[in-house]
Design a protein around this ligand. Structure first.
Ligand SMILES: *Cc1c(COP(=O)(O)O)cnc(C)c1O
Length: 358
């Protein structure tokens, strides 16, 4: 990956993340609050393998409507959701195109290839993490027995926090469709993109065939993603989900969190974006650090030898950050307040005052 991120050092080794820590490692660390737990408690449930869980059905319907697609499927994770999409869109020996730093290619344990016999064709992205029409046009293989059949374009939005302009998504989809490819959008953080672009999320997804959104990132649910697409696409995805062991029973207790998240936690993503901007401004004022930010993510570059000592220093002050090299990623979310941002900027400033070794 571009950012040389390692997940093995995302954890804290022997130190357990304390509940009141200011945890900027990811927007996946949120814990369900009172309202969400009440929604779980009150959820009407049934056996979802029989498609009789009313809360799961409501979440699937609500999400597909929101995204302007025919049907939805509640799944355990974004990884499962992307895998199902790739398995439905591509047969063995067929190929998908993706950005070389996109999650579907590099952060999903090679599932499409291991489980689906699907060939990946990763392409380098530009400095906004976008692919170009020209790249896609030249990546699509001609009908020749030497080549895999190019079947799918996998896009992502946001990518490393960077929202992707809708006109560009549409242009990429158009070229893919013109060559009879399908387009899947990994929209793990698509709601962040919609807020950043001030557009309804259905507009961001209008030109693609299938979309996956995560409920457990910025939206604050403990578990789950929703995959949406046409009725026949979702019917096939449902069969594959069962095959992968992802059919669950009274999952309404989890779907209730997703419904609550869609209702209560989408508009407030603007606060996370404001907090990230505020954090980037605070850190950008320090001479030892250079930063950039997009939506709810801040990337901080500093002398690599300082990353672990800084992270240790902050951990002792109950502030948790990633340890990625060469850029540390800081992520804002619904358990981070504007006041927390000031605390973090103060602590990092203090670290450099005390520890600056020139
Ligand atoms: C987190 C993430 C996923 C996968 O979600 P999991 O629920 O962690 O499996 C997929 N795509 C992107 C862009 C992500 O950030």
């Amino acid at each position: 990956m571009g950012n040389k991120e390692t997940y093995s050092n995302m954890g804290l080794n022997s130190v357990l993340a304390v509940e009141d820590a200011i945890d900027l490692r990811s927007d996946t660390v949120t814990r369900p609050g009172k309202g969400m737990r009440e929604a779980m408690m009150m959820a009407r449930v049934g056996d979802d393998v029989y498609q009789e869980d009313p809360t799961v059905l409501a979440l699937e319907q609500q999400t597909s409507r929101l995204l302007g697609k025919q049907a939805g499927l509640f799944v355990s994770s974004g990884t499962q959701s992307n895998l199902l999409a790739m398995l439905v869109h591509c047969q063995r020996g067929e190929e998908y195109i993706a950005g070389a730093n996109y999650h579907s290619f590099c952060d999903e344990a090679g599932g499409a290839s291991a489980l689906g016999g699907i060939v990946a064709f990763p392409l380098p992205v530009d400095n906004t993490h976008a692919l170009s029409v020209k790249q896609i046009r030249s990546a699509i293989k001609p009908d020749d027995s030497h080549y895999p059949i190019t079947r799918l374009l996998c896009l992502e939005n946001t990518v490393s926090g960077q929202e992707q302009p809708t006109a560009h998504t549409n242009a990429l989809s158009d070229v893919a469709h013109a060559h009879e490819l399908k387009v899947h959008l990994d929209g793990a953080r698509l709601m962040n993109a919609a807020i950043a672009l001030s557009q309804p999320v259905s507009e961001l997804a209008a030109s693609v065939d299938s979309v996956s959104i995560c409920l457990s990132k910025g939206l604050g649910a403990p578990v789950g993603s929703v995959l949406v697409g046409t009725d026949s696409f979702i019917r096939r995805a449902r069969r594959l989900r069962k095959m992968l062991g992802g059919g669950t029973r009274q999952a309404g207790v989890l779907a209730a969190c997703g419904l609550y998240a869609l209702e209560s936690n989408v508009d407030r993503l603007a606060e996370d974006h404001a907090n990230a901007k505020h954090l980037a401004e605070g850190l950008g004022a320090l001479q030892q650090i250079s930063v950039h930010h997009a939506t709810n993510m801040v990337f901080m570059r500093l002398d690599e030898s300082q990353i672990n000592p800084l992270a240790d220093y902050l951990a002792r002050r109950n502030i948790l950050i990633g340890r990625q090299q060469p850029e540390v990623r800081l992520v804002t979310h619904l358990d981070i307040s504007a006041e927390d941002i000031n605390t973090v900027v103060d602590a990092i400033s203090e670290y450099f005052l005390k520890n600056d070794r020139g």
